[in-house]
Design a protein around this ligand. Sequence first.
Ligand code: CP3
Length: 357
Amino acid sequence: MERMTSAAAGPSESRFLRACRRQPVDRTPVWFMRQAGRYMPEYRAVREKHTLLEICAQPELAAEVTLQPIQALGVDAAILFADILLPLIPMGIDLEFVRGEGPVIHNPIRSNADIARLRAIDAEAELGHVMHALELLRRELPSAIALIGFAGAPFTLASYLVEGGASREFLRTKQLMYTDGRAWHALMDKLSAVLADYLVGQVRAGAQAVQVFDSWVGALSPDDYRSYVQPYSRRVLQAVARTGAPAIHFGTGTATLLELMRDAGGDVIGIDWRVPLDRAWERLGQGVAIQGNLDPAVLLAPRPELERRAARILDQAGGRPGHIFNLGHGVLPETPVEAARAVVDLVHARQLHPEEA
Ligand code: CP3
């Protein structure tokens, strides 16, 4: 709890939310994608007693796990403990998380008939457990710690639905896209409607910002992104924009897609480690904030190397308002907790604009 208090010192509004709006902050805000997970002993202890889906379905448990990294690491934001695949369950998808294999979908979507069977749900009502967890968390968190909701982007969710699980080449997904464009657009239409409602519901329940994870969109060329994905991501992000809560638009392998992703929407663009942060920000312009981008593998490096590389990212951001420090993708299960904490401390040790914040 001591860390929670020290993070809460300083400006009463969260520095994370100020950075999303490109306002000056006293220290660069920092949080990590997948900051609650198997690398933490507290999380593993809960997982010994409950499956991933059980944790997600029980608001008290989801809230407890969400808070674990706030206490252990001293990060500036809490991201709701959930999974991008959760909304697919009420849509009629038979989903299982298999140890060592990841998500498996037993009834994948590969034809027009499959798409027609996908239920267009009322996300706010049918994912009430997610909304309830957010309500609990907002009540428990100090005002300096922001609460982030999230959803998968339409493309990344469609890729799981069509492939039936993880994929390297996304062959079935592209096959559907290229051979039956109408079916593809019908699928993306259905998904983007649900995801827009789901995120708006999360904001109403207490999420102060949301992140849209388009984790696997880097598999696409810019032309395919523009034709098959961008209108649907735009629909989701515009729905969030109308709530007034900031949105982070994140993907990996997106070096050729950054401008198109920005044009689809998002107050903050989340980048992976393959693009230098200063170059990405130059390309995107000063109209957006930027989140990133330490390679998660660097948390397994010797401490001096880790510190050198984390400091380099702060140097690239150059103290400009609108940088949120994060990894370029999720925390790896092999990560030492002390390494994650060292990064938070290093980021918070650098003073920015105390007179303006
Ligand atoms: O960030 C957080 O702390 C919140 C929790 C969170 C989870 N999943 C819990 C989880 C978040 C933000 C996600 C998002 C998610 N889920 C993404 C997008 C982020 C990314 O990594 O690209 C994706 C692609 C998924 C789908 C998913 N869920 C996969 C591929 C896996 C298996 C891989 C793995 O790490 O085991 C999951 C399972 C999962 N979701 C775990 C956690 C903590 C680990 C499994 C476990 O505890 O048994």
